[in-house]
Design a protein around this ligand. Structure first.
Ligand code: NDP
Ligand code: MG
Length: 388
């Protein structure tokens, strides 16, 4: 029996995690389920899975949630501090699957109290860098990747000496605009940008895949999770999303991990680690493997990757600046106040702006929070000026 907490239970990763739990109900006991604002879905999940507590980020949803769970003894709380407090309840595994910067507090809190931190929230590592793995190490917490590419790298490294890693190659589907012109990409709507060809994911990560900002985040995530140098990380476009990543070793051998484009594979691996257990998902056959293709990334169409390199070479809180500028630019795109391709311009300008601040060279949680707020304000002001 494993006691687990799922943060972001109402999202795409949350749903796949709960599917696996549903299929092996007697193997898991749930401590916490959380949501951002969707009280009705959170209440439905709570009635099905009977957690000890539910937490909702949006405080004005507390009363609705209390009403929906009035006939139960499930503890209901709301707000950012309540989420961090719930993440500090010791459990066997915390699934950190909130989207965006809001996931950082939860990951940092869980890192101090749980046995295994299963990390889907890539923003945590992009923003906190080595602070998160160091915190996990200090508390004896095992940090496990949930992102499919990082799960692939982790699986390839099983039983290997990390000192023998020469390089890692992360694959990218190329998203919905792999074969579209820049002119087309300039005018796409959020609905078109969120139509991922292979993966079914939340809206924000789907749109980030269309610009390859998702891949750019994953490069930083890989650097921090596996303690690599940026020049050890390559990205390769692989439109079928079957081969999730490769690791090259000093003896010239390459290891790869393959699986269907379904998050149940990496989530199941993290939930069951260090064991493997049955996961109900499609099995690959020859037909799926016969036509795997690989391409170089077009750096003009997808500048996000060179912006990730810029952030990594700047160091300090540049990862948090990169993430906040990208999140704010995405909010502007969703509101119809910016185009998809403006995201790269905003991130580039935010990184340049950041270079002028001395305090931002030091990586601390306070500076990360400051950088997040300042960068969002900066991007909003640039967007407003552009509109005038
Ligand atoms: P979704 O948008 O589907 O779900 C996000 C979850 O976070 C929901 O439960 C949402 O609640 C909750 N949430 C949103 N805002 C807040 C907030 N401010 N405070 C607390 N909770 C909040 O996202 P995904 O499941 O797609 O992604 C989750 C994370 O996993 C992201 O970091 C993403 O990059 C990463 N990831 C996702 C993959 C995927 O296949 N989906 C693959 C690899 C990584 P509500 O429903 O109430 O809004
Ligand atoms: Mg991924």
């Amino acid at each position: 029996m494993r006691r687990i907490s799922i943060f972001g239970a109402t999202g795409s990763i949350g749903a796949s995690t709960l599917d696996i739990v549903r299929a092996r109900r007697s193997d898991f006991e749930i401590e916490v389920l959380s949501a951002g604002s969707n009280a009705s879905l959170l209440a439905r999940l709570a009635l099905e899975f009977s957690p000890n507590q539910v937490v909702i980020a949006q405080e004005d949803q507390r009363d609705t949630l209390r009403r929906l769970l009035a006939d139960t003894d499930i503890d209901v709380s709301a707000g950012r501090d309540a989420l961090a407090a719930a993440a500090s309840v010791p459990v066997d595994l915390v699934m950190s699957a909130v989207v965006g910067f809001a996931g950082l507090d939860i990951s940092m809190s869980a890192a101090k109290h749980c046995a295994v931190l299963a990390l889907a929230n890539k923003e945590s590592l992009v923003c906190a860098g080595q602070l998160l793995p160091r915190l996990c190490a200090a508390h004896g917490t095992k940090l496990l990747p949930v992102d499919s590419e990082h799960s692939a790298i982790f699986q390839c490294l099983s039983g290997e000496d990390k000192k023998t890693i020469e390089r890692v190659i992360i694959t990218a589907s190329g998203g919905p605009f792999l074969n579209s012109s820049l002119e087309v990409m300039k005018n796409v709507s959020p609905i078109e940008a969120a139509k991922h060809p292979n993966w079914s994911m939340g809206q924000r990560i789907s749109i980030d895949s269309a610009t390859m900002f998702n891949k750019a985040m994953e490069v930083i995530e890989a650097k921090e999770m596996f303690n690599l140098n940026p020049d050890q990380i390559e990205v390769m476009v692989h439109p079928q999303s079957i081969l999730h990543s490769l690791v090259g070793f000093t003896d010239g051998n390459l290891m790869a991990q393959l699986g269907p484009p379904n998050m149940k594979g990496p989530i199941g691996y993290a939930l069951n680690w260090p064991d493997r257990q049955f996961v109900d998902q499609k099995r690959l056959g020859v037909g799926d493997l016969a036509n795997l293709t690989f391409l170089h990334v077009d750096p003009i169409k997808f500048p996000a990757l060179s912006l990730a390199s810029k952030a990594m070479s700047l160091g300090g809180v540049a990862g948090a600046v990169f993430n906040a500028a990208k999140e704010q630019a995405l909010d502007l795109f969703l509101a119809g106040d910016a185009g998809l391709l403006d995201m790269a311009t905003f991130v580039d300008q935010a990184l340049d702006q950041y270079q002028t601040s001395d305090w931002a060279k030091t990586l601390t949680i306070d500076n990360i929070t400051l950088a997040d707020g300042k960068t969002r304000d900066f991007v909003k002001s640039v967007a407003l000026k552009d509109k005038d």
